[in-house]
Design a protein around this ligand. Structure first.
Ligand SMILES: [Zn+2]
Length: 166
């Protein structure tokens, strides 16, 4: 799998999203800049993209074929972590989707590794442009950035097993 990464300035938007308009690309750049400005100190301004997913690879690809994503680390200590995730990928119906989610470490008896909670999907269709969906996704992450940065608090709110539980 080819994964490229760098600052948002180097994301080839016209290549990754050829059907979006220049105005969408501009809105995305402005929204990404707003998000990058809100990152916690020390968090890398890192975006990742997958050029082989520009054309929807279909369900056979397994999982959600992602085109562009970023993660914001809010907590990482003693095998526990909390992250915010923003990604653009394909739905199983072949539509573009901007997904905003909170990723938190799993403390279930069976280790699932990670749980995605508060997932919010913003599907691009005739009424929602990529620029608008991306802005809404960024807005959601910025709201979450103002909330707790304790993974345990997010697990409580999501009804997940707590780290201290037996
Ligand atoms: Zn779990």
């Amino acid at each position: 799998m080819t994964m490229l990464s760098g600052r948002f300035d180097s994301v080839p938007l016209a290549t990754l999203f050829p059907h979006a308009e220049a105005a969408d690309h501009l809105r995305m750049r402005q929204a990404a800049a707003a998000l990058d400005a809100e990152r916690p100190t020390g968090d890398e301004l890192r975006w990742e993209w997958f050029p082989q997913h520009v054309i929807c690879p279909g369900e056979d690809a397994g999982g959600v074929p992602e085109i562009l994503l970023t993660e914001i680390s809010l907590y990482v200590k003693d095998a526990d972590w909390l992250e915010l995730v923003l990604d653009i990928g394909w739905t199983t119906e072949g539509l573009l989707n901007v997904c905003a989610a909170v990723s938190v470490a799993c403390w279930c008896t069976e280790n699932h590794n990670t749980h995605y909670i508060n997932e919010r999907d913003l599907i691009i269709d005739d009424r929602t442009s990529l620029g608008a969906a991306f802005e809404a996704g960024v807005g959601q992450l910025i709201e979450w950035l103002a909330e707790s940065r304790d993974p345990e608090t997010w697990r409580i709110n999501a009804g997940l097993p707590l780290r201290s539980a037996p």
